[in-house]
Design a protein around this ligand. Structure first.
Ligand SMILES: NC(=O)c1ccc[n+]([C@@H]2O[C@H](COP(=O)([O-])OP(=O)(O)OC[C@H]3O[C@@H](n4cnc5c(N)ncnc54)[C@H](O)[C@@H]3O)[C@@H](O)[C@H]2O)c1
Length: 386
């Protein structure tokens, strides 16, 4: 399956299919005429996929090097940049060479930032290996590094030239990170696609999504109260014999992201919808210094709690919060943080997106239909906990 992100001179293709990793040399040849390739990866992902990738790129006729960093958010810190730029310079990487980001969102954001700044910008390719990176961070060109004062404070918009999404690599992704990615998957259903939301509700777990045939699920949905147009679904997978539900879910999330980014590359309007659940989520992460809830857990709590509040204010259709609660629970995500709202408000007031106490909250009319609601911190009732 191929998707095209139409951004004028910044346009690019996204290839999604099992085994696409092995096709990297041919696919990069279509966008890259240079000689040297540098794979940026981390010490979990590189041993699993990087060694073979490097060999295949070399066999494909390129000179291929690798830079392997410790896994985790700390590698995305600005302090690590001089060593990476130094390695690139020592390898004599020029503006006509290529960087490949092989890893989760940390590596994607970091490699993208390095690519956007080294020699004022060189080409880069995203090969996302975590669920979060496959459905979200590898598409759309937001690249960044962290300061000690906060996450993603230094960054830019810099689109990749190609994105290769191989669902097979998710087989080695630890469960905790599957849940993190699932929160973002559920988010896409909430903001843009009630059918996707229903589909996720019919399955019981990520393994169910991974192992169930799309056609079986659609039959199941037809027999239940969730009719789904099988032709519309299968139309996207003409070249794939027996697509799994996960193939469709990945495709749908990436396609929603693509459409949003095409409309609003620089995050001035429509793209804000992707922040559904993130205002409360970021505040929670910040409050506990990223050590208690994972990102996905915090977003799940944010989606449910905000929708509950919006329902109470008559801003969201009754029953929507309960639908979200049922789905996040099904995917082992929490709905409550047991934190006083006052503590969260303090964390929200220092978030770079909420400066001056003004907030653009993302609310749902109902599942699949979201909108931007400009407000301020008084939206939150301080007498309750979240
Ligand atoms: N640019 C954007 O639009 C955007 C959007 C959302 C999040 N982000 C950023 O993404 C980052 C989080 O990304 P993440 O959750 O992917 O974290 P991550 O990159 O740290 O990956 C999670 C963990 O899984 C491991 N891993 C990744 N793929 C694996 C695989 N296939 N098999 C085994 N292990 C694997 C990694 O080594 C790491 O330990 C944050 O820095 C966040 O700011 C960026």
């Amino acid at each position: 399956m191929k998707l095209h992100v139409n951004l004028g001179k910044n346009s690019y293709d996204i290839y999604m299919k099992e085994g696409v990793l092995a096709e990297t040399p041919e696919l990069i040849r279509s966008i890259f005429k240079g000689k040297q390739v540098v794979i940026l990866s981390d010490d979990n992902v590189y041993p699993l996929y990087g060694t073979a990738l490097q060999e295949s790129i070399q066999l494909g006729g390129f000179e291929c090097h690798s830079i392997v960093l410790p896994h985790g958010e700390s590698s995305k810190n600005i302090d690590g940049l001089p060593a990476i730029y130094g390695r690139l310079a020592a390898l004599k990487i020029s503006r006509s060479d290529l960087i490949i980001a092989l890893g989760g969102g940390v590596i994607g954001d970091l490699a993208g930032f390095v690519a956007s700044t080294y020699l004022r910008g060189i080409a880069f390719v995203q090969i996302p290996t975590s669920l979060l990176a496959q459905v979200d961070s590898s598409v759309g060109g937001k690249v960044a590094v962290d300061l000690k004062e906060g996450k993603n404070l230094v960054g830019s918009f810099y689109q990749p030239q190609l994105v290769l999404i191989d669902p097979l690599v998710l087989r080695t992704l630890p469960e905790r990170y599957i849940s993190d990615g699932m929160a973002e998957v559920i988010k896409y259903g909430c903001i843009k696609d009630s059918h996707l939301f229903d589909m996720l509700s019919v399955c019981n777990s990520f393994l169910d999504l991974r192992d169930t045939l799309l056609s079986d699920l659609i039959d199941q949905m037809r027999a239940s109260s969730h009719p789904y147009d099988i032709d519309v679904c299968l139309d996207h997978f003409k070249s794939q014999k027996q697509p799994k539900v996960l193939d469709y879910v990945l495709y749908r999330c990436v396609d929603i992201k693509r459409l949003i980014v095409e409309q609003d590359q620089y995050d001035m309007g429509e793209r804000m919808l992707l922040n559904f659940g993130h205002t409360i989520g970021h505040a929670l992460e910040q409050l506990y210094q990223y050590e208690r809830e994972s990102h996905g857990e915090a977003v799940a709590i944010g989606m449910y709690q905000l929708t509950q509040l919006a329902e109470d204010k008559g801003l969201t259709k009754r029953g929507t919060a309960e639908q979200i609660l049922n789905l996040i629970t099904r995917y082992q995500l929490p709905s409550k943080a047991q934190v006083a709202t006052q503590d969260l408000l303090e964390a929200m007031s220092v978030d770079k997106k909420n400066l001056g106490g003004k907030l653009n909250l993302i609310l749902l009319n109902e599942i699949g239909d979201s909108y931007i609601y400009p407000t301020d911190l008084s939206f939150f009732d301080q007498s309750v906990s979240i």
